[in-house]
Structure formats: structure tokens, C-alpha cells
Design a protein. Structure first.
Length: 420
RNA sequence: CGGGCUAUGGCGCAGUUGGUAGCGCGCUUCGUUCGGGACGAAGAGGUCGCGAGUUCGAGUCUCGCUAGCCCGACCA
């Protein structure tokens, strides 16, 4: 992509009311645009990042054997009445229609997925089944905040699993836990697995995946030795423990961003929708369900929170909008300028042919502006061509997360780029 | 939903005791620049969030509303 053609622009000043790093840099860099409190449009650079995150999740879900579907965002009121959540879920957006009907705007999809899967599942032989989707969810939060972290419309992956036995469910639940840790790691994020209360939702198993960050809303309790963590909401305020019961170490209290949450739903939803199956003995059996969510847009925000400096974002390679930010600096010497143009264009074309994702700053802008934008946008590798570097028949090679730069000979650039 | 702050050009801001709106960035044109957000010159761009009220006169004062941000509560 040529930066001169990218319709979004970076901004020299961040929005005054952006306090969190994710809001500041995502907006300043032109990754997202805020439409309303808690509602964002995703622009070309931001959407590329979001797609990469989604594709990592997709790969891991597929490896788990889950099947991707896409469910409706508009949902029938009747289904929400069946589970009793039409009135009990306060964040539910209720959408009126011209015909005096009302719809729910999906904050989650149990009400859709349960009867949907039930339509096709009749025998224990059909199980287990796992389906997932990645799409927008809507929650009428009383207070949207912290940029992309808590929105009223946001991206989410949700996975639902269906099992004939508790043992099978727990086995799958454990697998998802491992996959989640791996998947977040692939996105450049370390998570703490935290035991959580399922709230009014379920009294059974529930775990959260927390990113330790001051931008977080939750307080998690971590034992530094055994790596055991709990959400502080689990603690009865009158009975806060100071030390880990297992090893005696003093607990650490840290703020965390919840980017994933998994639940053992039991038979709650299957019962509500009367989804049953025939077991080996020819008896009707209840189906057990698990659900496993990841906030995709929040995950992008979390990456920014844990990976930035005072100049901008430092994207992990796996989710960066482009792998390479190619910067061309001008020369006052016309002859040298011709060579700079030629080598830049050539390098840009060749890198693309090699399958390298390149953002080329071909603008007629000052060096300062170009370098500042490269830092703000935060692609992992900056390749710079200028009069100086061409004197050495080289380009400057600098990784966003590192201070040092080095020269790479023009004829070695392609070879070197294979290793990024 | 309670409390607080804010609302002036695309963005960031100033605007005094009320007198009819200005700066920086960005944008357009021309010229000079070119390794950490260059400079000069000439331009374009604003019903001052919305609605009432007070006043000869309101960006400025009063009331109402709306929106955004922050704290809290809430967060299947």
C-alpha cells in the first residue's frame, strides 16, 4: 500500500479526551474512528490488524475441530423470553420494528445457537459438536469507556460446544483453555488464567483470560510462585486472603483486562429449548453445553496497551497491519533523487512479489513527519532509503521495538526480508 | 444509573467587565527546503452542540435538553 493513496491520515495531536493508550494511538494513527461512545468504525489499517487477529483465532478454532458459522445479529424476542433473559439482561438492546414487533440485538448467541444446533442433533452419535462465529455483538453498556476496550458494539468470537456427557464437556473445556493461551500468545499477549464466578449465568466452571495491564478494569489476585490467579470479585470482601493457601507466598494484586471468558453452561440452555438426544439405551438425554468467548476488538486494544511506547504502537509481527514500513527520503540532488525513486519503486514491487506486506511512504513529506508516522503506525520493520543509504548501496534496516539500526546491502534485501 | 468535567473551523485550543470570533496544526496555490512532525507568501474554511429566556446587543449571563470524557455503581 502506498501511503500517499491511503485515505486515512495520521494526526499530529491525539484526541484530547483519549486517556488510554489504545484510544490515543488507534485514533491518532487512523486505525479506527469513534462514531459514538463505545462505537467505532474500523479503518484500513485497523481492519487489517483485526482481520489478522480473527484469522489466528479462526485457525486455532478450526484445529480444535470447531465449525465456523455466522448467526443473526437480530434475534427473536420469543427466544429471549424462553430463557427469561428478555427482562433480566439489562444490557440487551431491544429494537422495535415498524410492525410493532421487537427484536433483540444479539449481545451473545445462546438463544440462537442452542435451537439451531438442536435442529440437527438427535443422537449421541452426533456429538460432540463445536461451532463458532466471529461477529459484532451489541451490549447496552451503561458506561462505554477506555477506547475500544468497552464498547456498545464490539467484535467477538464465540464458540459453543455440545456434549453428551460431563466428562466429554470437561475434556473439551480443558482443550479450549490450552488453545486460548496459545492463541493469545500468537497475538503477542501473555494471559493469566483466572478462576471466575459465572455470575448469575452458571454456578459451574468458569475461567477468565486476563492480560495484566493498568488499563484493565478487573483486579486479579496472583500468586507469584504458583502462578495461580483469581478474579478479586471471587473474594468475599470480608475474607480477603493475603497469602496463597498452597505455598504461603504473599498475593499480588494487579489490574487485568479480560479478553476471554469460558463457561460450563451445563444443561441450562438445552433444557430451556428442549434440545435433547437419544442415548445408546434409547433414552432421551439432556445435552450439555459450554461457551467460550474472546473479545476480538478488545484484544486489538489490549495488544496496544501492552505494546507501545511514547511514539506509538509496537505491533507484534503476527498482527501488524504491514510487516514492512518502507520509507523513502528525498534528496536535493536531482540525479540522486532519480535513483532513490527508482530503487524505492523497485524494492516496493519486489517485496510485494515476494509476498511481503509493505506500506510504502511515498509521500512528498518531510523526513520528520515520515519517521514519526512510521513509529506511530508501528509496523515491525522499517526499511529506509535515502541519499545516505544509497551511497553505501544499502537501505537502513530497523525494527520498531529496537533502538539499533543497521545497513543492509540492496542486493541482500530480498534475502533478508525472507527472515522477517 | 448517581457524581464531576467539557462542548468555539477537520484536529488541538484562546476568547477579559456582554459589543458581532481568533491562534496553532491540517487543507489549497506558488516558491524555497529535505535524517525526527521545515519556512515564506497568498487563500479556503465557523448558524460558537441544540432550544428557550434576560438584554438595545449573547460564544460570554439564566434555564432546559443533547452529546462526549472521567470517577463510582453495573458488567450474560
Amino acid at each position: 500500500m502506498r501511503l500517499s493513496r491511503l485515505f486515512t491520515k495520521t494526526s499530529k495531536s491525539a484526541p484530547a479526551d483519549a486517556e488510554t493508550a489504545n484510544a490515543k494511538y488507534l485514533i491518532q494513527g487512523g486505525f479506527v474512528h469513534q462514531e459514538m461512545a463505545g462505537v467505532y468504525s474500523w479503518l484500513p489499517l485497523g481492519l487489517r490488524v483485526l482481520h489478522k487477529v480473527e484469522n489466528i483465532i479462526r485457525e486455532e478454532m478450526d484445529k480444535l475441530g470447531a465449525q465456523e458459522i455466522r448467526m443473526s445479529a437480530l434475534q427473536p424476542k420469543e427466544s429471549w423470553e424462553i430463557t427469561g433473559r428478555w427482562n433480566s439482561m439489562d444490557v440487551l438492546f431491544k429494537v422495535p420494528s415498524q410492525t410493532n414487533k421487537e427484536y433483540a440485538l444479539g449481545p451473545t448467541h445462546e438463544e440462537i445457537v442452542t435451537p439451531l444446533v438442536g435442529l440437527f442433533i438427535h443422537s449421541y452419535k452426533d456429538l460432540p459438536v463445536a461451532v463458532y462465529q466471529i461477529q459484532s455483538k451489541f451490549r447496552d453498556e451503561l458506561r462505554a469507556k477506555s477506547g475500544v476496550m468497552r464498547g456498545r458494539e464490539f467484535g467477538m468470537k464465540d464458540l459453543y460446544s455440545f456434549h453428551a456427557t460431563q466428562g466429554d464437556l470437561e475434556n473439551f473445556y480443558g482443550k479450549v483453555m490450552d488453545v486460548y493461551i496459545k492463541l493469545f500468545h500468537r497475538c503477542g499477549i501473555d494471559t493469566k488464567v483466572v478462576e471466575a464466578s459465572g455470575g448469575p449465568f452458571t454456578k459451574k466452571l468458569s475461567h477468565e483470560f486476563q492480560v495484566v495491564s493498568d488499563a484493565g478494569e478487573d483486579v486479579i489476585v496472583i500468586c507469584p510462585k504458583c502462578e495461580v490467579a483469581q478474579n478479586s470479585e471471587m473474594f468475599d470482601p470480608g475474607a480477603v486472603k493475603k497469602n496463597c493457601p498452597t505455598c504461603g507466598s504473599a498475593y499480588e494484586y494487579k489490574k487485568g483486562i479480560e479478553i476471554g471468558n469460558i463457561f460450563d453452561l451445563g444443561s441450562k440452555f438445552a433444557d430451556a429449548f428442549k434440545v435433547q438426544l437419544m442415548d445408546e439405551a434409547g433414552e432421551r438425554q439432556t445435552i450439555l453445553m459450554g461457551c467460550y468467548g474472546i473479545g476480538t476488538t478488545r484484544l486489538v486494544g489490549s495488544i496496544v496497551e501492552v505494546s507501545h511506547d511514547e511514539r506509538g504502537i509496537i505491533w507484534p509481527k503476527s498482527v501488524a497491519p504491514y510487516a514492512v514500513h518502507l520509507v523513502t527520503l528525498k534528496s536535493k540532488d536531482a540525479e540522486i533523487q532519480d535513483r532513490i525513486d527508482e530503487e524505492s519503486e523497485d524494492l516496493y514491487d519486489t517485496l510485494i512479489k515476494e509476498g511481503v506486506e509493505v506500506l510504502w511512504d511515498d509521500r512528498d513529506a518531510s523526513p520528520g513527519e515520515k519517521l514519526a508516522d512510521a513509529d506511530l503506525i508501528g509496523c515491525p520493520l522499517r526499511i529506509l532509503i535515502s541519499e545516505k543509504t544509497l551511497k553505501e548501496d544499502s537501505v537502513e534496516w530497523k525494527f520498531r521495538g529496537e533502538k539499533e539500526m543497521r545497513l543492509v546491502n540492496l542486493r541482500d534485501v530480498i534475502e533478508e526480508s525472507r527472515s522477517i
